[in-house]
Structure formats: structure tokens, C-alpha cells
Design a protein around this ligand. Structure first.
Ligand SMILES: Cc1cc2nc3c(=O)[nH]c(=O)nc-3n(C[C@H](O)[C@H](O)[C@H](O)COP(=O)(O)O)c2cc1C
Length: 212
């Protein structure tokens, strides 16, 4: 269920950083919360999806739309997928952007392009629009270690109004499964978007571990 103040529409971009399970889980949670999602993905994201999740994203955007809509039981028209040069997509213009955008996982390449305002493909353009329209833009970068260039790009984006939410799961909730680590990061994104979720107990609501 979406919380008061939750966005009606979110653009989600999957790029070619490691951490595709974060992006796919986020897509699932947004759709289950009843949010309309505009999905964008890069070519490198397709390679990473195959490599990390054994997930063969179909070549055509309409097939990807059907694939995820079926997989996550989206309502008719709730999920729309756009190709890298679909310049007539709503997300390409400041006159019709989504309420928020998340790039998850976010490669250093896309991060650098957004930091420089390149707008050379639909992901970069959609992110550029979010910044210029002062709407919520969340980037979930994954790289280690970070170079000075990565850090400077992140600082630049943060100063321009974006949120940098690194794919750094915590361990204080005692994760037992891989999915718990994924949900940790996805929960933080949903919190920022003000989307209701039950992925994790909230800090302070947890029962402390009994002393041994
Ligand atoms: C399996 C795999 C894992 C990768 N992991 C990362 C990563 O964690 N972070 C990163 O910045 N780039 C990573 N890359 C490299 C990017 O995919 C590459 O720089 C690509 O050009 C990014 O393009 P995009 O931003 O259009 O998706 C990875 C590539 C592959 C194939």
C-alpha cells in the first residue's frame, strides 16, 4: 500500500552495475504498492541481469513490459517500459516527468553521465529532467573502491539535489538469507519514496536479542 505523500509514478532505471537483484526487487515492491512505474534499462543492465540472476530480459521493450507485468501481476497499464532513445516518452520532458526517479543499480558510467548532464540516452535525459525540475532523484551506486572521480561525481549530484543511496546493506538486522540483504537496501529506497512496506522491522521497534 502507498503511504500519504508516496509518489503516484516512479521512473526506475536499471543500469549495468552489479546488484541487479536490488533493482528487480524494487520494481516488484513498487508494483505491489500500486505505483505506476516507467521502467528503463541499459544494454549493460541486460548483460548483468543475465549474469547475476540468470534473467534474460527480452530484446524488445514491449516484451519486457509483458514479462515483468506478468511476473509481478501488475494492473493493466501500470508498468510502461521505454527504450534507450524513445524521446517521446513522458520521462524525456520536464512537462510530464514522474514524481520520482530511482537508478538502481547505478553504474559509475551512468552516474558520471548524469553528473555531467550528458542526456545522451533516455536514462540520462530522464535523470537530467528530474534534477532540473527539482524532483526526487535517487541513485543506488555499486562500486568498490571508489575513485576520486566517482566521489566527486557523487558529491556533485548530491549538491544538485540527488540522493546517493549506496548499495551498502547493514548487518544489524541479522540477515539470514541473501534476500534479507537485498531487502535492506530496497527498504531504504522505499522509505525515501515514502512507500509503505514491511520488508524490515524498524529501528527501535525490534525486540532486542535475549542476553545469553
Ligand atoms: C557482470 C558485470 C558487472 C559489473 N559491475 C559493475 C559495477 O558494480 N559497477 C559499475 O560501475 N560498473 C559495473 N560494470 C560495468 C558497466 O556495466 C559498464 O561500465 C557499462 O558501460 C555501464 O553502462 P550503463 O551505465 O549504460 O549501464 C559491470 C559489468 C558487468 C558485465
Amino acid at each position: 500500500m502507498a503511504r500519504v505523500g508516496a509518489p503516484a509514478t516512479v521512473t526506475l532505471a536499471l543500469t549495468g552495475a552489479s546488484g541487479m537483484p536490488y533493482g528487480v526487487r524494487l520494481l516488484e515492491c513498487l508494483l505491489k504498492a500500486g505505483i505506476r512505474v516507467y521502467l528503463l534499462y541499459s544494454q549493460a543492465a541486460q548483460i548483468v541481469a543475465q549474469q547475476e540472476m540468470n534473467l534474460a530480459l527480452p530484446g524488445r521493450v514491449r516484451e519486457v513490459e509483458d514479462f515483468f507485468a506478468q511476473k509481478f501481476e501488475a494492473a493493466d497499464g501500470q508498468l510502461r517500459v521505454f527504450g534507450r532513445e524513445e524521446w517521446f516518452a513522458p520521462v524525456a520532458s520536464g512537462s510530464n516527468p514522474a514524481d520520482a526517479m530511482v537508478i538502481c543499480p547505478c553504474s559509475m558510467g551512468t552516474l558520471a553521465a548524469v553528473a555531467c548532464g550528458l542526456a545522451d540516452n533516455l536514462i540520462e535525459r530522464a535523470a537530467d529532467v528530474m534534477l532540473k525540475e527539482q524532483r526526487q532523484l535517487i541513485l543506488v551506486p555499486r562500486e568498490t573502491p571508489f575513485s576520486a572521480i566517482h566521489l566527486e561525481n557523487m558529491l556533485r549530484l548530491s549538491r544538485a539535489g540527488a540522493v546517493i543511496l549506496p548499495a551498502n546493506p547493514g548487518f544489524y538486522h541479522h540477515p539470514a538469507r541473501l534476500e534479507d540483504l537485498v531487502d535492506f537496501v530496497v527498504a531504504r529506497v522505499l522509505d525515501l519514496l515514502r512507500v509503505e512496506h514491511q520488508l524490515l522491522p524498524r529501528w527501535g521497534d525490534e525486540q532486542p536479542e535475549p542476553e545469553k
